[in-house]
Write a protein that binds this ligand. Sequence first.
Ligand code: RNT
Ligand code: ZN
Length: 431
Amino acid sequence: MRDHIFHSADEAKLDGRYADAKSLYAGYGVDTDAAVDAALNVPVSLHCWQADDVRGLESHEGDLDGGGIMATGGYPGRARNGDEIRRDLSKVINLVPGVLRANIHALYAESGGKRVDRDALTVEQFERWIDWAAGENIGMDFNSTYFAHPMAEDGYTLSHPDQSVRDFWIRHGIACRRIAEEIGRRLDKPCYLNHWIPDGAKDSPSDRWSPRARLVDSYDRIMDVSHGIDRAWCIDAVESKLFGLGSEDYVVGSFEFYSALSLTRGLLLCLDMGHFHPTETIHDKISALLQFHDRLLMHVSRPIRWDSDHVVIFNDDLRAVFLEWARGRALDRAVVAMDFFDASINRTAAYIIGARATRKAILYALLDPVDTLQELESQGKNAQKLALMEEWKTMPFDAVWDTLCVRDGVPTGAAWLSDVEQYEKEVLKSR
Ligand code: RNT
Ligand code: ZN
């Protein structure tokens, strides 16, 4: 292998490459400078759980059910504590362009050896995360953790038939809302709090009704105004799913359930790219849902045959999603968060591949000649429209992407890999 296989773009030549690209795009009415600026400013929330395979920081006896999600692989270097996760995330932040946020799950509580159960969590257990986010000058998002806990072992939480189990998880949901509110206040940026529950059945339930009725009631209790939680700081989202490991036949919180719940309760709806039928994609849902919703939370993920949570790449699905937002001039209504976990490759590289791909897809969408395409379509010139869409696939996008990286002070090309290899040698290998 050549010594410098992971090289950067030839920056001496980049100015020329970019000038050519800029005039080519401008010929179709697309302003590349404006697209670069806009693409850098779309916040992308960086999940903490790729660093440690969704294990979290609580100490448990034995293995607990992951609630239908599972990281596979045994690549060395997994982060073992909060400091290691934060160190990995800081490395990622340095190598990914654009505005980022940090997305923390409640099971990443740090209680200094004391046992604080999920229903008793307060912002105190997240002080170190907040300090770190403040130091990185980024906002923070939060997630309640309704899995990997003895009270979730039989596969039901907020829809559990036993009132005391439901009450425990309701208390957890409320505790998380208070934490999210406080995080938002402290960092002076609203905190998105996502609620996802694993509840469901492996095989043919005879009663699909009661769990759903109970789930409505549980959410109504969690979201009750009497808790006095300021929705300007804590913005609640609910995430639907079609199936999970061990809940193949029935998931209580399905898409229809959460579509209706979110609309009637003023909650944000979260669409995860891996949570639909295996060949179903989410881009066509955006313009339909946005007729009724102000915004959507998206979990950017990559299913392969099932909800496998593979590392996000710059593929057709990802491009289609961001093109939809751009073509609806609605990118400011997208709340973007990454959600994947691959334990079979270098985890830091996994983060960077996924985050750079997400930013790339945002830029790609902002470079779309949408005005021209829509003009052609309205004139019935559909062959011309299709031809232009084809043309776009071989435009000199790389020069604009490299320029975006340079403007934000992160490595161009594949140069970031040398940095990650060095990090692996110096830091990850010794774990
Ligand atoms: C699970 C959901 C959920 C989780 C995270 C860890 O299927 O996608 O978002 O991946 O909360
Ligand atoms: Zn998700």
